[in-house]
Each structure stands twice: as C-alpha cells, then as structure tokens.
Design a protein. Structure first.
Length: 71
C-alpha cells in the first residue's frame, strides 16, 4: 500500500513538471535507454528509444500543445 502511495505521488509530480513545460525535470528519473511508446496512428505516434530522443519528443509535444493538462 505504501509503495502505491509513493508511486502515485511520484507520477503526479512528474506530470506537474511536464504541465509546466519542464521536460528536463519530467525525465529526471528516466533511464538513458528508456523506451517511450505513443500509441495510435497519429503523426506523433510511434516508439521513441533513448532518453535524448524522448526528451526531444516531449519538448516538441509541449511546444506544439501548450497548456495541455496531462494530469
């Protein structure tokens, strides 16, 4: 139970960083070899590999959709 509470707080905090456009803080705990999958058949969909590529994807997302609430 305590683990779930900690994970929920961490997830909320991460999304708050992203909502503020602070991609660096959002990705702080991600592994360098992380893989991010955005599902669907949209232009932004796909599998993004590696923290630098994920960082770039989220920066473009935040710039393209400012004010989007993700929490």
């Amino acid at each position: 139970m305590i683990g779930a509470i900690i994970a929920k707080r961490k997830a909320r905090g991460s999304l708050q960083h992203l909502n503020r456009g602070d991609v660096q803080a959002f990705l702080e705990d991600w592994a360098d070899d992380a893989v991010f999958i955005y599902p669907g058949n949209l232009p932004i969909s796909g599998t993004i590999k590696g923290k630098p590529a994920i960082d770039d994807w989220f920066r473009r997302f935040v710039n393209q959709y400012p004010g989007t609430c993700l929490s």
